[in-house]
Design a protein around this ligand. Structure first.
Ligand code: ZN
Length: 586
């Protein structure tokens, strides 16, 4: 019964004209214009997900080209040519399934057929579905035809995976990308169909059916068929959700209402009902995530949410009503809790318990207090806290000045060999000499390795970035010995004669006694050798961030807010213009 009913509805409501085609107006407009102007390509490629109208469009196009009433964007659908194409019996329109005809033989046969003029129609039309499934040799055979197509032949290719179609074929086709059909458009089409069929079914149920289609009109209509086969001419909401195994949206709305109302009893009651209906708890959680995503998006973008959320009009109205005054950070925390619960359910033997705990936590979540407000409250408290504890402390969120961090005794990597004391001042940050060097050719500052690299940077920035990867094994007035990891790009680069000469020349400019230059190949990590400037930079960064963090943690105002509001320090960042200090989380 199922199969018969499916065929009946799907075939009966297959679009027969471009105006029937839902959600692909960009395609039908272009095709109509091409036919009107008489400039029709030899080959078309229709791409897009399954069930969005590619094959239907191919047949409509075939009819538009071959209709006996004349070539027209609106084929008559009643002449013998049109009717034969609709029935799939036309002698001049060939439908080939690439998935089952992937051999060269079929394409060779096709090339034989192509030679002859159409027997009845204007054009011989080859519709190849799932064209990406053709074998390479079949593609090659097809390509020969596509290169010089006879004027009486048109090709229409359809594919769900255009990236698998060879570029040589793609480049010879006019391409049309079919879109996923929005839920509201599918629901409207289903409404039209059920009204024509005299079936009683609610908009809410049609939305459920449309959602099952997941952007595909064909899948949605076949789901509708299942529903009608089961429910007959009158489909009750309960039957539809039970049949399709989806969670009743009312249950989702009731759950979110209970969370918003902070009603712990009602929250547990909804979980009990989900369980008693025999729904899969994890699936319920997933739908709840989708549901709260809706609230979050509505709060974030207001009315524009309609374009982002694929929901029916009724569902949108419900969400807007419930979204109410809940603030965005709270909604985001709800989502975080749900996502965490969903992950936990995967490996838990107690999915119901996980769901209950997550919802209870949501319903009892303390409200988010913005950091600015915490600071304002703390400022008000200052009078109460003993003077000096807060007022005289330096602001935490200012980054320590560079020289401040450099003046600390920088921790030396363990086990450093004594011989690399030669490059003096190596552990100091390079002073901002780069710009000076760029402005004047005269080297300034100390004659050490960081100074040299900064000097090179002013003249040859690319070359300097290569040198930054090198370890200064020995840097003196007489000798420049730089180590690079053997096999690295940089080492290979330094083997180049011109590059080496460049280094000798720059070395001679910077160091007055024109040191001898040696490039050494290093094996492995060699932790006992001096670090490259590149490595040193990341070490310094990590050290600076940890300094900022411990400073922040030690700051009395931060410590006080962590204690008073039960927060944790989520992260620190250097203060930029207009940015707030450390972020607070629960
Ligand atoms: Zn016709």
């Amino acid at each position: 019964m199922h199969a018969v009913s499916y065929l009946v509805l799907a075939r009966k409501w297959r679009p027969q004209t471009f105006s029937d085609l839902i959600g692909q107006e960009h395609v039908s407009r272009t095709l109509k214009n091409a036919i009107d102007s008489g400039r029709v390509a030899h080959a078309f490629l229709f791409t897009g997900a399954r069930g969005v109208g590619k094959t239907s469009s191919a047949r409509i196009l075939a009819k538009a080209l071959n209709c006996e009433e004349g070539m027209s964007p609106e084929p008559c659908n009643v002449c013998p040519a049109c009717r034969e194409i609709t029935d799939g019996t036309s002698v001049d329109v060939f439908e080939i399934d690439g998935a089952s005809n992937n051999g060269v033989d079929e394409i060779r046969e096709l090339r034989e057929t192509i030679k002859y003029l159409p027997s009845r129609c204007r054009y011989k039309i080859f519709i190849i579905d799932e064209v990406h499934m053709l074998s390479t040799s079949a593609f090659n055979a097809l390509l020969k035809t596509l290169e010089e197509p006879p004027p009486h032949v048109k090709f229409i290719f359809a594919t769900t995976e255009p990236h698998k179609v060879p570029i040589t074929i793609l480049s010879r086709c006019q391409r049309f990308d079919f879109k996923r059909i929005p839920l509201q458009r599918i629901a409207a089409r289903l409404r039209y169909i059920v009204d024509q069929e005299g079936v009683a079914i609610s908009d809410a149920s049609l939305a459920v059916v449309a959602r099952k289609g997941d952007g595909s009109m064909r899948d949605a209509i076949s789901t509708l068929d299942q529903v009608l086969a089961f429910c007959g001419q009158s489909a009750a909401d309960e039957d539809v959700v039970a049949l399709l195994g989806v969670v009743d949206r009312r249950l989702l709305m009731e759950t979110s209402a209970a969370v918003f109302a902070r009603d712990t009893r009602e929250v547990l009651e909804t979980v009990r009902r989900v369980d008693s209906f025999g729904y899969n708890m994890r699936q319920f959680c997933q739908e709840l995530i989708e549901h709260f995503r809706g609230f979050t998006i509505i709060r974030a973008v207001g009315r524009d949410a309609d374009d982002i959320l694929d929901l029916s009009e009724g569902e949108m109205a419900e969400l807007h009503r419930q979204a109410g005054e809940h603030d965005l950070p709270t909604l985001q925390r709800y989502l975080t809790l749900l996502l965490k619960a969903e992950g936990e359910m995967a490996g838990s033997g107690f999915p119901r318990l996980v769901m209950e705990m997550a919802l209870l936590k949501m319903a009892t979540l303390p409200p988010v207090v913005p950091v600015e407000e915490i600071l304002a409250r703390l400022a008000a408290l200052e009078g109460v806290i003993p003077a000096g504890a807060v007022a005289s402390a330096p602001p935490v969120w200012n980054a320590p000045a560079r020289n401040e961090s450099a003046s600390r005794p920088a921790p030396q990597p363990a086990g450093q060999a004594p011989r690399q004391q030669a490059p003096q001042g190596r552990t100091e940050d390079p002073p901002p000499r780069t710009t000076l060097a760029a402005a004047s050719p005269e080297p300034a500052g100390p004659r050490d390795w960081p100074g040299f690299v900064a000097y090179v940077k002013g003249k040859k920035p690319m070359f300097a970035s290569v040198l930054e990867k090198g370890r200064p094994l020995s840097v003196t007035e007489e000798r420049l010995e730089i180590g690079f990891a053997g096999g690295s790009f940089e080492f290979a680069r330094m083997q180049d004669k011109e590059t080496l000469e460049e280094l000798v020349r720059l070395g001679g400019e910077f160091f007055p006694r024109k040191p001898e230059v040696r490039i050494v190949s290093l094996a492995g990590d060699a932790p006992d050798l001096p670090p490259s400037l590149h490595e040193k930079k990341s070490l310094d960064n990590a050290r600076r961030m940890s300094e900022i963090r411990s400073k922040a943690e030690g700051h009395p105002m931060v410590a006080a807010s962590l204690r008073i509001f039960g927060g944790t320090l989520e992260g620190v960042r250097e203060k930029g213009p207009g940015k707030g200090p450390a972020r607070q989380g629960s």
